[in-house]
Design a binder for this molecule. Structure first.
Ligand SMILES: NC(=O)c1ccc[n+]([C@@H]2O[C@H](COP(=O)([O-])OP(=O)(O)OC[C@H]3O[C@@H](n4cnc5c(N)ncnc54)[C@H](OP(=O)(O)O)[C@@H]3O)[C@@H](O)[C@H]2O)c1
Length: 296
């Protein structure tokens, strides 16, 4: 199988690329710099130079593959919304009638604040935070493209850890080195859900190979910790002696933008749909082992 990945040099896209290459598939990755292209080449991924926003440059390469994977992001939310929506729609239009796979990797926030009482899977209605309503709508549009002959699949991930890198590792290390403690947003009573990046990659590869058109999966390892408990464990593991502090929501919003609100959500998620339909089950180590690995 030949797979074109947008975001192949990133944390999650990179893990998906590694998995595909490891299973003998041909992978082409969009790279926006010579540095990214070189890194991709070093791990057996053929780089194709281009910016996501310069769609005409790369779209022919993408749609000639057997599958297209979107696992990218831009840090500016307005840029990301505009570029992502335009690029996704362009690719889906070109794939219409082909029955080829289109996989979109996204966050689990579309599932909303689930509360702490019940574990939810893919059959719960979307309830995204306002700043991500566009993404939830785009995900629905992607799934509906199954009616136009695209084998489209959406995979939602909560907090992604693993390889002692990525957002969790970087933000915890920065927090401990600047403040000597680990902060949680608000009271920290909300429940966090997790998935290891290599388990997520395995789910994505299975989805690309065999998921039914229009499918949605939640990638979660089943661990559920309150944000405060997570912060305490991280603080011990990273040598801050268990010291934690609350960052009030207003201060968090000022420091990190609307994403801070999402850090007050409870997410009790189930990956049962992925288990049932794709035979997927998480096999990698849990969050406590990861916290020790981050410390090194
Ligand atoms: N990380 C998490 O905890 C997490 C959790 C849930 C969902 N997600 C979702 O998963 C997706 C991937 O996240 P990630 O953490 O893997 O992101 P990441 O590590 O920041 O990687 C972003 C990727 O996008 C590429 N990129 C950015 N702007 C580009 C542009 N203009 N043209 C071409 N490529 C561009 C980057 O290329 P360079 O290498 O050149 O920078 C990189 O390959 C996102 O949609 C995110 O919402 C992430």
């Amino acid at each position: 199988m030949k797979v074109f990945i947008v975001g192949a040099s990133g944390y999650i896209g990179g893990a998906i690329a590694d998995r595909l290459v490891g299973q003998g598939h041909e992978v082409v990755g969009l790279a926006r710099s010579a540095k990214a292209a070189e890194a991709l080449g070093g791990k057996g991924v053929r780089a194709y130079l281009g910016e996501v926003g310069d769609i005409e440059r790369w779209i022919d390469r993408a749609v000639e593959a057997d599958a297209v994977v979107f696992a990218w992001r831009a840090f500016d939310l307005d840029t990301f919304r505009e570029t992502d929506t335009t690029a996704v729609r362009a690719v889906l239009a070109r794939l219409a009638g082909s029955e080829k796979a289109f996989l979109y990797v996204t966050g689990s926030l579309g599932t909303g604040d689930t509360g702490s009482a019940t574990e939810v899977d893919v059959d719960t209605p979307d309830d995204p935070p306002v700043f991500l309503a566009w993404r939830s709508a785009l995900e629905a549009e992607i799934r509906r493209s199954s009616q136009a002959g695209v084998r489209s699949v959406v995979v939602r991930a909560p907090m992604v850890y693993g390889r002692a890198s990525g957002f969790i590792a970087e933000s915890l290390l920065a927090d401990v080195s600047t403040s000597g403690r680990v902060h949680h947003v608000g009271d920290g009573d909300n429940l966090l859900a997790f998935v290891h990046v290599d388990d997520l990659a395995e789910l994505c590869v299975r989805a690309v190979r065999t998921a039914p058109a229009g499918a949605l999966y939640l990638a979660t390892n089943g661990e559920s910790l309150s944000y405060r408990d997570f912060a305490v464990r991280a603080s011990h593991a990273l040598g801050a002696g268990g010291a934690v502090a609350s960052l009030p929501l207003q201060a968090a919003l000022a420091a990190m933008g609307p994403f801070a609100e999402a850090l007050t959500y409870s997410q009790r998620l189930s990956g049962a749909a992925a288990g049932r339909e794709l035979g997927w089950s998480p096999a990698m180590h849990g969050i406590d082992t990861e916290l020790r690995l981050i410390k090194g």
